[in-house]
Write a protein of this length. Structure first.
Length: 118
């Protein structure tokens, strides 16, 4: 099992920045691709960003491209999501996930709330 714990969420104003962190334990972190997803009230959980095990490849949803940056520190077993120029529509619970591939995630965190006021 891989345990994932997100942190860094909060209430911010439109245009502000936040950095989410996700600390992993229980498995060899560097063996796993990592992703960030989000779920707004009344909506399905959506893909936000993903990063390969080495960090050499990153992928983003069109809605966040150019504003969000995913990164990882394998020495610290942590994946990050830097969110800039936040918009009210970014309001959601953000989840990190770990998987053996970029397309299949086996482990999920509990989520951290991000609220962006206009």
């Amino acid at each position: 099992q891989m345990q994932l714990v997100e942190s860094g969420g909060g209430l911010v104003q439109a245009g502000d920045s936040l950095r989410l962190s996700c600390a992993a334990s229980g498995r060899t972190f560097s063996n796993y691709a990592m992703g960030w997803f989000r779920q707004a009230p009344g909506k399905e959980r959506d893909f936000v960003a993903a990063i390969s095990w080495s960090g050499g490849n990153t992928y983003y949803a069109d809605s966040v491209k150019g504003r969000f940056t995913i990164s990882r520190d394998n020495a610290k077993n942590t994946v990050y999501l830097q969110m800039n120029s936040l918009k009210p529509e970014d309001t959601a619970v953000y989840y990190c996930a770990g998987g053996t591939t970029l397309h299949k995630y086996d482990y999920w965190g509990q989520g951290t709330q991000v609220t962006v006021s206009s």
